[in-house]
Design a protein around this ligand. Structure first.
Ligand SMILES: [Zn+2]
Length: 200
């Protein structure tokens, strides 16, 4: 689902030529790979700088009981590898605990901080509403990621008086043009990207 933050009604129609930077927020290492890898490969092939912010360490994930003490490191390695396959090197972590992500002000402030630092034309994140057709898409951390990022974008990213310590540190308010969601409830889908050239 693509959402024009400035008008709040028109579907996506901006040309990719205008997009120089994209910042993706997901809950776990691997969400972005399942959710948008083809779209990201198309962006990086077009010269767009794409950054990831993974909000938890994914420490409760994986299905293998072996190597649990290495799980964070292992998933970070896998995320680095998956990102490099689609042309992404810039990966940030918020290091929240897997399964415990909430849209707290502490999390929202760190989201605001990163958006103001990178100043992307598109933020891509997970949809904050539950998909009743397939609840695995709507892990509570996914909903929390989408909610935290959406709350950050309006009003805090564009409001210089929200978290004033950020502006004092030189991170000025910024009006984001586009917010894109993956894993939307089906009835809300309004944008599709042709990834035929990037399926491999
Ligand atoms: Zn996930």
């Amino acid at each position: 689902m693509a959402f024009d933050v400035s008008s709040s009604k028109s579907p996506f129609n901006a040309s990719t030529e205008r997009v120089e930077r994209v910042l993706c927020f997901t809950a776990h290492p691997d969400d972005i790979d399942f959710g948008a890898a083809g779209t990201i490969a198309a962006w990086t092939a077009a010269g767009v700088q794409v950054s990831y912010c993974i909000m938890t360490d994914g420490d409760a994930g994986g299905f293998d009981p072996v190597d649990r003490e290495r799980i964070i490191e292992l998933r970070a390695e896998e995320q680095r590898h998956a990102a490099s396959l689609v042309g992404v090197q810039d990966i940030h972590y918020l290091h929240e605990r897997d399964g415990y992500l909430e849209p707290t002000h502490e999390v929202i402030k760190r989201v605001v901080e990163l958006i103001r630092r990178i100043r992307p034309q598109i933020v891509l994140t997970m949809h904050p509403e539950r998909n009743w057709d397939r609840i695995q898409k709507s892990h509570p951390d996914h909903l929390a990621a989408g909610e935290a990022v959406t709350r950050a974008i309006y009003p805090a990213v564009e409001n210089p008086f929200a978290y004033p310590e950020l502006a004092e540190a030189g991170l000025q308010a910024y009006k984001l043009p586009w917010l894109w969601f993956i894993s939307s409830p089906g009835s809300l889908e309004n944008h599709f990207v042709d990834v035929t050239d990037h399926v491999d």
